[in-house]
Structures are given as structure tokens and as C-alpha cells.
Design a protein around this ligand. Sequence first.
Ligand SMILES: Cc1cc2nc3c(=O)[nH]c(=O)nc-3n(C[C@H](O)[C@H](O)[C@H](O)COP(=O)(O)O)c2cc1C
Length: 437
Amino acid sequence: MSRKMNLFAYLKTGPTALHPAGWRHPEATLGDILKPSRYENIARTLEAACFDGCFFADLQGLYDIHAGGYDAYVRYGGQISYLDPMTVLPVMAAATRYIGLGATLSTTLLPAYHLARSLQSLDVMSGGRVAWNIVTSATELEARNYGLDSLPDKELRYDQADEVVEACMKLWKSWDEDAWILDKERGIFGDPSKVHYANYEGRFVRTRGPITIPRSAQGHPVLMQAGSSPRGTEFAARWAELVFTFYAPKEKAIASYNTLKEKVVEAGRRPTDCAVAMLATCIIGETDSIGREKADYINSLVVGELNAAHLSASAGVDVTKLSDKNKVGSEAGSQGMHASIEKLVELQKTAKAQFMEAAKKALPAQIVGSPKTVADKLEEIFTAGCCDGFVLDPVAAPSSHEAFARAVVPELQRRGLFRTQYEATTLRGNIRTRPGC
Ligand SMILES: Cc1cc2nc3c(=O)[nH]c(=O)nc-3n(C[C@H](O)[C@H](O)[C@H](O)COP(=O)(O)O)c2cc1C
């Protein structure tokens, strides 16, 4: 059987994902942002196209890193979660049967018991289709919202994340698979000898258990992660079954992919236990030239100030206060994403005195063209060994995902690169991974 790629959709409970002007495109719908129908429809579309899953990127707050406030994010429509994804995911679960459903939740901000309980409930109710995008949170603003004085150092956050996941794994095994007896005649509901305390005591986490949620159809949620720093990669190698990476040029992507897979093996796992999906922003037209025109049009709608604010947010530094001489890493302190800091350092080096102008214009790489051209590019990246699949970032929502599902998926299926039907009813069954321990 030929190797098949994994496909996931990046979603937000708002109009904007990563492209700062997508919401202004005529195809973007705005009237349904707060309505269940928007999320039911997108889940059904993705499932009809056999996507492995979708996930909600999330932040526990409103970005106010740029220029001392949240003006640009609010005024120009930045990436904001207008609803808590944990209330939207059950709606999507009820409308579908196979597609995986990912939630982003922080091990720095939320207690292990709470995480284990809410994620497992959703996993049980969805028939074993939940993924947990494990984040350690990368902004001071989120720390403040949860009553912390400041964000702990990155290394410490990952140390804590290790403990939170260890504790969740124990809590998720509170109930043996055959703990429920359900014998009305004898009046025996369950077998207490098959229920266990977790009794977890670490440096950061203490929890006793048992949780009261039984095993799900896939046991417990799929573990997913997206950190790319050395410590983040170590964490992913130990636990993650699914790793999201930013788009990177071929040589760099192959090197990172191989490093991660080697570390997965060092952690005592099989390379296939952890799938790597690369972020891809695709702009599709009927022909290459229509695709190019569409991309030029949508990129012309970008408000530079919001674009710069997005850079500030993801790197954890106020770019309006940066010159080509500041060291981004030290300005960011404990904040920021490794890959975004690297990108900003590169921009400082190349743009120098024109740095602010460049920050306003810098956009993530885009794959543009006809469905065939887009499929060619994805095939090239996939077969070169850069990744096991892709996370599709919608430019205009929900039409970007609809266009990809309608036009590019059949092209990938025709080439034998993507499934034509689901193999299993659980997410873990479809991506065929195994979590770390
Ligand atoms: C595709 C993708 C999606 C991400 N989504 C989120 C998110 O929703 N919330 C969040 O806090 N971090 C998100 N991140 C950031 C990572 O989870 C991670 O916290 C960040 O990269 C910092 O860790 P690092 O310095 O180890 O890379 C995402 C990263 C990628 C590549």
C-alpha cells in the first residue's frame, strides 16, 4: 500500500486564522461566526472529504503585545477566539461520525484533573475522536488571566507539561475497560476492583483521582503538540502522536523531520507512532493565473499594522520597539514561539533599517494555483520527506477549506496519496499512531 498523507484543518472560533485579511474576502462569511451551523457545516465538509481531523487554535486572552494594546487586533480583525472551542467541539462531534476533533489546552494554566476530565468526556461522547493540542502557553497575558504573576521559563513550562501529561495518562486509566458490569438483575453496576486511584505526586502536579470518566473508544485523547524549540521537540518525541510544524524550506523541513523521528525512536517509540503535519496555506483558483490573481487580491487587503501585530504576538515582542539591533530572543523573555522568533531575527537581518515596513508586509509562504498545481506542490513536499501530511490554514473561512475539499482532495486521491474512505471510527485508528508513556 502506498504511503498516504494526513490532512488536518486549522480552525478558529472567529473569522481570522493566520491570514490577517481573509475575513475581508467576499467569500468569507461573518454572520455565522457565533452560530453552531458554521461549525457543523465545516465539520461535515471536512468529513465528506475524509480529512483526518480538524483543530481549533486558541489563546486564553486577547493579544495586547503590539504597540502596548489590542487596538490592531480588534480594529482590523486579528486572530481571536470569539467562542471557547470546548463548547463548539461537541456540536461538531454531534454532526459527524469519523473526523478527529482537536482542542488546544494549556498545561501551564489548567490543572491536570480538569484537563483529564473535560477532554476524556469529549472523547467518550465523540466515540474516540478527540485530540489534545498540548500547549504550554507563550504569552504573559494568558498567565495574568489565570492569576499567575508571570509566565514561567520555557524549560520549566515543558517540565510541568511532562508532569501534567503523566498525571492525565494515569487519570485516564482510572477505569479498566471492563469496569462497568451493568447487571440489573443482580443489582451490580460496576466492579470497584477495576477502578484505580492515580496518586500522582510530582514537583508541579498533585492529583489523587480516580476521575469518573470511563475509557473512550480510543482509550483516551490523541496527544498532539506544535512546539519546535529543542525542549519542545524533546517533549513531542516523548508524548506526541501528532506534531504540527510551521512551513519551512525543503532542506530545513527534512532536517527537522528526521531529528524528530530520531528522537521518537530514542524515546522507545516507532517513527510512525508520531505523525508530522506541516502548515500549508493554499490559495486555489480554476487555473494557475486565476489562483495568482486571487492571491494578489487577498494579499492586497492586508492592513500592515495588523500584520505587524501578528508578528509581535507570535514572537512575544512588540515589533514597534525593535530595531535591527535588538536581540529578539532576549526582548521576548519567556514569551513567544521558537519558529516565530527565528523568523523575526531573519527579518531583522535582511530588512535592517526598513524593518518595520518589512514586518508590515511579511506573510507566511503560500501555495497558489490550480488544484493540480497545489496537489503537485503538496506531493513534492510530502514525498521529499518533509512531513507526513498537512495542516491546512484557511485564508477565507469557510470557503478555503471547501475549495480544498472539493478540488484538491480528489486530485490527491486520484494519485493514491490520500484515503477515499475512513479506515476506522476513531482518530487514533485513522492516523495509526501510539502515544508515549
Ligand atoms: C500549526 C501550529 C498551531 C499552533 N497553535 C497554537 C495554539 O492554538 N495556541 C498556542 O498557544 N500555541 C500554538 N502553537 C504554538 C506551539 O504550540 C508552541 O507553544 C509554540 O511553538 C512555542 O513552543 P516552542 O518555543 O517550543 O516552539 C501552534 C504552533 C503551530 C506550528
